[in-house]
Ligand binder design. Structure first.
Ligand code: NAD
Length: 264
């Protein structure tokens, strides 16, 4: 444990269960002394999210569907009422129809394209829009993205297009909020077996491929992502904004592995 986040208050969005990337980030922040609030989507998740929040000393567990403007407003109103100001926001939310996370991108429907962009891209802008109004200077906003934004990955399809738009929006948001001393960044995480990931076709094969082909010859964990998030959310990242930090065991730098690589 360290005190990198002592005196800081932050909102974690996208916790579903203890496999969630949001959980790895929340644990790292709490361990560093942060005070946390959580938002969750839908009543069914409360029985999971409530006890997890309590485990980190938080009783601020607030519903929010990011597809609904009024729901986002209500979340931030409640946070402002309780705390006044906040220091950081983590957006670990994405969604697409899983029937379109297999097969060909070209078959994407207009309806699912719009919905995936709304929930997985616009929601971060909508959240930052509200957070800006109550965020202290030195504040930090973070979202989660994936390499499928940069290169074609099997089955990622419309989510790859959505993540590309999300990564572009991180840069525009960084410019807009920079003058208030607020930073906006993304972490591009390697594949991790979570609820959301289980909707992606051949996910086990993708995990194996990453394990064999990344420089570290392993997959990353939610703890790995949590530690890097701590860097971007704390004062350690004070000079970093508009960045997309790859926490992927180095996978994104490899063009091709040698046939006689020591472990192949
Ligand atoms: P997860 O299923 O644990 O979390 C996804 C969360 O999104 C859930 O808590 C869900 O409730 C929430 N969500 C979906 N629609 C919502 C809505 N309308 N309103 C509010 N919340 C909503 O899975 P995860 O893998 O931890 O996903 C977190 C983020 O990390 C996502 O953006 C995902 O794309 C990204 N990511 C995941 C991986 C991976 O391999 N797991 C890799 C890179 C990036």
């Amino acid at each position: 444990s360290n005190q990198l986040m002592a005196g800081k208050r932050g909102l974690i969005m996208g916790l579903a269960n203890d496999k969630s990337i949001a959980w790895g980030i929340a644990k790292a922040c709490a361990d560093a002394g942060a005070e946390l609030a959580f938002s969750y989507q839908g009543d069914a998740l409360l029985k999971r999210v409530g006890p997890l929040a309590a485990q980190l000393g938080s009783d601020m567990v607030i519903p929010c569907d990011v597809g609904d403007e009024a729901s986002i407003d209500a979340l931030f109103a409640e946070i402002e009422k309780a705390w006044g100001k906040i220091d950081f926001v983590v957006h670990a939310i994405g969604f697409s129809d899983k029937n379109e996370l297999r097969g060909r991108y070209v078959d994407t429907t207009r309806g699912n394209f719009a919905m995936s962009m709304d929930i997985s891209v616009y929601s971060f802008t909508a959240v930052v829009q509200r957070a800006e109004k109550i965020m202290n200077p030195g504040g930090s906003c973070l979202t989660l993205t994936y390499y499928g934004a940069e290169k074609v990955m099997p089955h990622y399809n419309v989510m790859g297009v959505a993540k590309a738009a999300l990564e572009a929006s991180v840069k525009y948001l960084a410019e807009d909020l920079g003058k208030d001393g607020i930073r906006v960044n993304a972490i591009s995480a390697g594949p991790i077996k979570t609820l959301a990931a289980s909707g992606i076709g051949d996910f086990r094969y993708i995990m194996k491929w990453n394990e064999y082909n990344s420089p570290l010859r392993r997959n990353v964990t939610t703890e790995d992502v949590g530690k890097s998030a701590l860097y971007l959310l704390s004062d350690l990242g004070s000079g970093v904004t508009g960045e997309n930090l790859h926490v992927d065991a180095g996978y994104h730098v490899v063009g091709m592995k040698a046939v006689d690589a020591p472990d192949m």
